[in-house]
Write a protein that binds this ligand. Structure first.
Ligand SMILES: Cc1cc2nc3c(=O)[nH]c(=O)nc-3n(C[C@H](O)[C@H](O)[C@H](O)COP(=O)(O)O)c2cc1C
Length: 332
């Protein structure tokens, strides 16, 4: 009996198995650059890309980082949910994922300090002012009013994707993009309520989740993606993680999504994986990604309790039929 291929129900949504396509922006790969739409509109190529992975039997398809703000994009043509003109393409995408039997999720992002300077006419923004370094331009620290406005952009985009038919909204608070940059001590030197201790630094993340939850109501699922591998040298410890996890739970998330640099790696000086730490801190189901391209590893991640859902990134980008092959390999 395969743990990876057992179904799981979260609220009113039943996932046919625990295999997840994690969010992956296609346009960053030159060979996939043609996936990009025009002005953030979903392209037909993109729809086929996701539909194929759903047709292979994947339980949850999490659509790539989708911009909540025109100025918060990373790439020209990156998918957007910041205007009503994006709705028809998003609706078609959600429909195709559903037709293939998968739960449809989508990640929302503001790229902040890691955005594209060419796409941010007013300059890149982040928690604090930062001088240009190497090839990266200067960053301007946001005012409190601007922070609230960006939280509002997340809220509006969430409403739009739910209207388009998505079952699950994911807040991107990982990988150094805007929300994660607030969590990072090295980037966030604010003295106000959005900086300082962890409560201050995570305020924008939790407020964003809370505002989305209020806006979309209790029906659709909400999750937040975080990562810690970029916070190791800042001494982010188990207690900090517990505070963050507790905050995310209180803010209305139904699942947590943990981006790792290795699902089986030990954390905080112990052999326990990050997923095991998080699962010990909350009853919420956990999605974990990082090095699960081998079906037996994905199976082990779930059966050994590192995660409830195994996200398979690069391997599924390379092989649209990954899930079908994994099922055969595991005899499930
Ligand atoms: C081409 C590419 C694009 C990615 N885009 C995103 C993204 O849009 N949002 C995100 O949170 N992570 C993104 N990631 C990270 C993946 O979701 C995943 O966490 C990572 O690849 C580790 O899983 P893997 O070892 O199975 O590839 C991206 C990774 C790759 C390789």
């Amino acid at each position: 009996m395969s743990a990876l291929f057992s179904p799981m129900t979260v609220k009113r949504f039943t996932f046919r198995n625990r295999v997840v396509l994690p969010p992956m922006v296609c346009v960053v790969r030159p060979e996939l650059a043609h996936y990009a739409g025009v002005e953030g509109v979903v392209s037909e190529v993109s729809i086929e890309h996701y539909a194929r992975r759903a047709q292979a039997g994947t339980g949850l398809i999490m659509v790539e980082a989708t911009a909540v703000d025109e100025g918060g994009r990373c790439w020209e043509g990156a998918m957007g949910a910041y205007a009503d003109r994006h709705l028809p393409g998003l609706a078609r995408l959600a429909e195709r994922i559903h037709e293939a039997g998968a739960v449809a999720g989508i990640q929302l992002v503001h790229h902040g300090p890691q955005g594209s300077p060419d796409l941010a006419p007013d300059g890149l923004v982040g928690p604090s002012d930062a001088a240009p370094t190497g090839s990266r331009p200067a960053v301007r620290g946001l005012t409190v009013e601007e922070i609230h406005a960006i939280e509002g952009r997340f809220e509006e985009a969430a409403e739009r994707v739910v209207q388009a038919g998505f079952d699950l909204v994911e807040v991107h608070a990982a990988h150094g993009f805007l929300l994660d940059s607030f969590l990072l001590q090295a980037r966030n030197r604010r003295q106000d309520e959005y900086g300082g201790d962890l409560d201050g630094r995570m305020r924008i993340v939790l407020e964003t989740c809370r505002r989305i939850r209020r806006r979309i109501g209790g029906g659709p699922l909400l999750t937040c993606r975080t990562c810690l591998f970029n916070k190791r040298e800042e001494g982010f410890g188990a207690e900090d993680l517990e505070t963050l996890v507790g905050g995310l739970e209180e803010a209305g998330n139904d699942l947590l999504d943990v981006s790792t640099d290795g699902v089986f790696k030990g954390w905080f000086g112990s052999p326990r994986s990050l997923g095991q730490w998080v699962k010990g801190m909350t009853g919420l189901p956990v999605i974990a990604a990082g090095g699960l391209g081998d079906a037996r590893d994905a199976e082990r991640a779930v059966s050994e309790g590192h995660a409830d859902f195994a996200a398979v990134g690069t391997a599924m980008l390379d092989d649209a039929d990954w899930t079908r092959r994994a099922r055969e390999e595991l005899g499930a």
